[in-house]
Design a protein around this ligand. Sequence first.
Ligand code: ADP
Ligand code: MG
Length: 403
Amino acid sequence: MVRVLEDTLRSHAQRFGQEGRGYIAPARVNLIGEHTDYTGGLVMPMAIGFQTAGVISARTDGRAVFYSANFDEEVAIEIASLGRQPRGHWSDYPAGVLWSLLLEGVAIEGFSMSLAGDVPLGAGLSSSASVEVATAMALLGHAGASLPLERLAKGCRRAENEYVGAKSGIMDPFVVAGAVKHRAMLLDCRSLQFDLLPLPESIRVVVCNSMVKHAVATGEYGDRRDEVEAGQAVLRDRLGIQLLRDSTLANLEACREEMTTASFARCRHILTENARVIAAREALLQADMIRFGSLMVEAHASMRDDFAASCPEVDTLVEIAIDQTECFGARMTGGGFGGCTVNIVQAENAEQFVSALRREYATRTGIEADCFVCEPSDGAFALAGQERAINSLEHENRSVGSI
Ligand code: ADP
Ligand code: MG
């Protein structure tokens, strides 16, 4: 069993005096397709080996008690009177999922839940979706209910959007719940159809934390979304195009005068990024990692120049990475303004790559980066033994190639 889950089962029994049932959800990294999800575009994430455990046991007082080992804090809520009352606190994430599943019609009685994870918080690896999906799996298990992947992911997104108040998209909870080992997931964020694409065994995915923090719930991430929405509104009013996804670069160019320079550039990033995701799919199907890597480098330049969502430290990390001969490609991953880069390297050179990257980054910036060599991991459904649910979904939904 996974260590984080073993430890959480043990500490839950000590804290609450009852054995609990354990669930687990991974973190994720997005290989390519950034800031495309909330305009119904294409993304290509995979789950990685960091995890959040959720352990749950029943209680008879009608309360929801959440304990987070990461914050060493306990929060109690009356389930019957739970409204949308975010407190700007970590407990908003699990409380939001409880709120969202109750709205979904899941009957949830009193419980104690312990949460603990080794996902770096606020680093762009989606500890938020990891804690949400772990909570949702535990609550469903407790209620003796189940939800299909799509509804579970939407329930978590609603928790984060409407309860926590962060403008995140569907990608994170979807891949955290539904990923499959050794595969990248190409997800169409409009139809929620997906394709599971093989990553060659000869490569590793290195996630490198620039150690510069970002605040997703506020600030610039929200500004970028507003700029994109303003651009989309012009396309809608002028050309009747509802979603950026359905626009061409020529359509966008035709509306250029009516948009701010910022909106135009943000929309151009999204259009070119969707095209890069489709090209990246072809590259993976041909096991052409050189092509895949060069698409990542183009994607980074577009995030930096058109989307204005990078920062000097992350640009430095990418520059150092692509100078290494064993690296196929590198880019910033996640919402932006710091956080992590994702790098594709030859498996046998991964450790050497990490040492060189850390050394050179420290020399240039004075910062010690954390780097992790990752393999594509299972999502929460598969980890909970619900592979059949995934396989059937995979079957029904495998038509991204027709886009
Ligand atoms: P990211 O998703 O990139 O890690 P976010 O700001 O979206 O960053 O989410 C991080 C927040 O999620 C944390 O500040 C905390 O409130 C919540 N969170 C994540 N993991 C846990 C956990 N194990 N226990 C409690 N809260 C958690
Ligand atoms: Mg998050």
